[in-house]
Design a protein around this ligand. Structure first.
Ligand code: AMP
Length: 422
């Protein structure tokens, strides 16, 4: 199947070519035709599968074939980053048409958003909180919405947005096309989908299919050795753009600081940052100013940076789904990537759960004890480390705090991992 089979108008066909897409991804193959036929659709697919194009391309085709003066497409997303990303992609596709799109989310000027709405907009990509705020101000008219799209519905639920979504739904016509995308289908989302969708087509993309281009590797390590191992791995030549996940915001911030002090171009993305700082971090990561982005799960939701070579789970995610989400950031679409996970003894059970989810084994990587010889303090442990700055790209060993005698049995534990976890 090729994009020609969808009979997109010339403008969209050209835009697809300009994006460099040569063939539709599995979700695009399954979802585009029913969406073009104006059917409701439930898409069970995670990020990284090409789902944005799967819903934007046919939706724009419909907008171009019809006319209207009000907001006609409402896309709701759980995070600002995802909203921005969808809006950016939409802009690329509608460039050169009369259509207008905008993103609406909190943390930035509401007045500017309201002014843009007044000037006329066809497509709104919004986070629920700010949209509802603007609805309550009666500054947006959603009574002409023809297409409603809920993206990452499971994350909307995680973030407590479902009541807001239901309030927003009351503002839009019952007669409409509705598309719901979710990576997982907890009961609450199933109920919401049943309420929203009318005789939907269901499209499911098996998670293990979209993670095929990713090599999954696990390093057994003690909690206190993670930073040393990370620094070692980051110095390896083939590691390029890397997304590192930590469990807490505090760790993300401190680890990024430590990496910067060790001479790496690193920054963090975590919930305590202002909108400007988040954007700065994200833009810097996208344009290559920063090669390493340390983030928490929530902060990283919806990040779409092409060419991420590595995802490193400095801390083990809490669920297999979170693992799939994190690692879905690398090896996206046409690229390949590596997912490296640091696992302590307590994480063995989660490793097995993840393997069941992936439908395959993660590759056990031995850790050379010599690598762990210099100790980098844990980012969440206060130390008297002087944190000497080193130039970027310096391959010599980084400054470390007063070395303590290395724990040989810890290293033995590292090598013991492979056998135990099989
Ligand atoms: P998404 O799942 O929408 O976040 O898309 C993941 C990535 O895949 C994005 O970087 C898209 O630009 C890219 N992508 C989407 N569709 C295709 C395609 N048909 N061929 C190649 N890349 C694609």
């Amino acid at each position: 199947m090729s994009f020609n089979d969808f009979n997109f108008n010339t403008h969209i066909s050209k835009a697809i070519q300009e994006c460099g897409y040569t063939a539709p991804t599995p979700i695009q193959k399954q979802a585009i035709t029913p969406i073009l036929e104006r059917r409701d659709l439930l898409g069970l697919a995670q990020t990284g599968t090409g789902k944005t194009a799967a819903f934007i391309l046919p939706t724009v085709q419909h907008l171009m074939a019809t006319s209207g003066k009000h907001v006609r497409v409402l896309i709701v997303a759980p995070t600002r980053e995802l909203a921005e990303q969808i809006n950016d992609f939409t802009k690329t596709i509608i460039q050169g048409t009369r259509l207008r799109t905008m993103a609406i989310y909190g943390g930035v000027s509401k007045l500017a958003q309201v002014t843009r709405i007044r000037n006329g907009v066809d497509i709104v990509v919004a986070c629920p909180g700010r949209l509802l705020d603007i609805v309550n101000d009666k500054a947006i008219d959603l009574s002409h919405v023809e297409t409603l799209i809920l993206d990452e519905a499971d994350h909307m639920f995680d973030k407590g947005f479902l009541p807001d979504i239901r309030r927003i739904l009351r503002q839009i016509p019952r007669e409409r096309q509705s598309l719901v995308f979710s990576a997982t289908m907890p009961g609450e989302i199933r109920h919401l989908a049943e309420d929203i969708l009318n005789n939907p087509v269901t499209v499911q993309i098996n998670p293990s299919r979209s993670v095929k281009s990713i090599s999954h590797q696990v390093y057994a390590v003690e909690q206190g050795q993670k930073t040393e191992l990370l620094v070692h791995l980051l110095k390896l030549d083939h590691i390029e753009t890397t997304l590192v996940f930590t469990r807490t915001k505090f760790k993300a911030k401190n680890l990024a600081l430590k990496l910067t002090q060790a001479g790496f171009k690193a920054t963090s993305l975590q919930g305590n940052l202002s909108q400007n700082k988040r954007q700065e971090a994200l833009d810097g990561f996208k344009d290559g100013t920063f090669k390493i982005l340390v983030a928490t799960d929530i902060a990283a939701r919806g990040i779409d940076v092409t060419g991420i070579s590595h995802v490193i789970n400095y801390d083990m995610p809490d669920t297999a789904e979170a693992y799939i989400h994190r690692t879905g950031r690398t090896g996206r679409a046409a690229c390949t990537g590596e997912a490296l996970t640091f696992a302590t003894h307590e994480d063995n059970r989660m490793v097995r759960t993840i393997e069941q989810s992936l439908d395959g084994k993660m590759q056990r990587q031995p850790v050379d004890p010599a690598v762990l010889a210099s100790r980098h303090a844990e980012p969440d442990v206060r130390s008297n480390e002087r944190g000497r700055r080193m130039p970027a790209g310096n391959k010599t060993k980084t400054a470390s705090s007063s070395p303590r005698p290395r724990n040989r049995s810890a290293a033995a534990g590292v090598f013991g991992f492979t056998g135990r976890s099989k």
